[in-house]
Design a binder for this molecule. Structure first.
Ligand SMILES: *Cc1c(COP(=O)(O)O)cnc(C)c1O
Length: 368
């Protein structure tokens, strides 16, 4: 019997705060591939997998949380939702609000939003306001709107988002048969590292389901959580918020993470760490993924891979382990980064005449 993936709420209903009567808003998110990263495995001597979250309906992991947040918005009787966004949250909120029949307002910071993400929010009919400030300012305003006006906040400060995003960890364990030794991911607002840790913890112990009684543990262990921030936006490394975060990795250009305590708990309880990588290291990892592994991600998504490569160079990656890296969003969101060479110049296609001999010669082919 053919089976179509039903989205994370239906697939993991007994581990989420929903009941049979919940009206589920879904676009079929989750069920993303866990791809064996051959070259990263060869490099490190561990078995490395990529959790390719760009394969979600709007091209980033944000959809896992948004299905829950929008389902909660509908349950609350909301008519409109609001979010602050570096881009992917707005793309996801706009799509899921459309599916739910709700109005969607999006606050994006000035400058530096990728064209792919903006076009998604517009295409799905969101009201988009560019605020004269950074992401952290946008989130402040969105929170205040949610408190004092009739709009439902769908940022990851909404616990429904974390609930949905924890399903990423469930899928990893379900695919591997147990938790990995190490889970690596980019850290921006820190909702995702908080959510993965919650998922891994819940899967490693008996779980009190709201609808299905006590569920047995699925995994025998939890991984170390390794988070990586961009060096110009690394509040966890600094130990305090950063007022002017700056990085080309716009998805993680956040100075005052909303899920601060969750990230610290994930780091410390798991025996992991949160470190930083430079923009050059991020772009090198972005190129590595597309050129060596066949996986195209947006720059921010490559921060985890950049971190693994950096730690390997420092002799700090153990061999013989299972390592999963979440690559968070699709390369088509921000495609111009692929069109730049290492020295920063634009890649141009080679122009040739309309003639097979010329094309063969340009390709270095000899007639057989
Ligand atoms: C949102 C986002 C991040 C950062 O995730 P947080 O939960 O904010 O830490 C990283 N990469 C991409 C592509 C994102 O959209």
């Amino acid at each position: 019997m053919a089976h179509q993936w039903r989205g994370v709420i239906r697939e993991y209903a007994d581990r989420l705060p929903v009941t049979e009567s919940t009206k589920v808003i879904t676009l079929g998110e989750g069920g993303t591939p866990l791809v064996h990263a051959q070259k990263l495995s060869e490099l490190t001597g561990s078995t490395v997998y990529l959790k390719v979250e760009g394969m979600n309906p709007t091209g980033s992991f944000k959809d896992r949380g948004m299905t829950m947040a929008m389902t909660a918005a509908v349950a609350s009787g909301a008519k409109a939702v609001v979010c602050a966004s570096t881009g992917n949250t707005s793309a996801s909120a706009a799509a899921y609000a459309t599916a739910a029949g709700l109005q969607c307002a999006v606050l994006v910071p000035e400058g530096k939003i990728s064209m792919g993400k903006l076009s998604q929010a517009i295409a799905h009919g969101a009201t988009l306001l560019q605020v004269d400030g950074n992401f952290d300012n946008c989130l402040d305003i969105a929170r205040k709107l949610g408190e004092s006006y009739p709009v439902f906040l769908v940022n990851s400060v909404n616990p429904a988002r974390i609930q949905g995003q924890k399903t990423g960890a469930f899928e990893v364990v379900d695919a591997l048969g147990d938790a990995p030794d190490i889970h690596v991911l980019p850290v921006g607002n820190a909702g995702n590292i908080t959510a993965y840790w919650k998922g891994y913890k819940e899967y490693s112990a008996p779980f009190e389901s709201e609808t299905a009684g006590t569920l047995p543990a699925v995994s025998t262990r939890t991984p170390q959580m390794w988070g990586f921030q961009a060096a110009g936006a690394a509040p966890f490394v600094a130990g305090h918020p950063i007022t002017e975060p700056d990085t080309i990795a716009t998805a993680i250009r956040i100075g005052n993470p909303a899920s601060w305590d969750g990230a610290i708990a994930a780091r410390d309880e798991s025996g992991g760490f949160i470190d930083a990588v430079t923009d050059d290291e991020i772009l090198a990892a972005h190129r590595w993924l597309s050129a060596k592994e066949g996986v195209f991600v947006e720059p921010g998504s490559a921060a985890g891979v950049a971190g693994l490569i950096k730690k390997h160079a420092a002799g700090q990656v153990p061999t013989g382990k299972i390592i999963v890296i979440t690559v968070t969003g699709h390369g088509l969101k921000d495609p111009q980064w692929a069109l730049r060479t290492e020295d920063g110049s634009e890649v141009q296609p080679v122009k040739v005449s309309n003639d097979v001999v010329t094309v063969a010669a340009e390709l270095g082919l000899e007639e057989k």
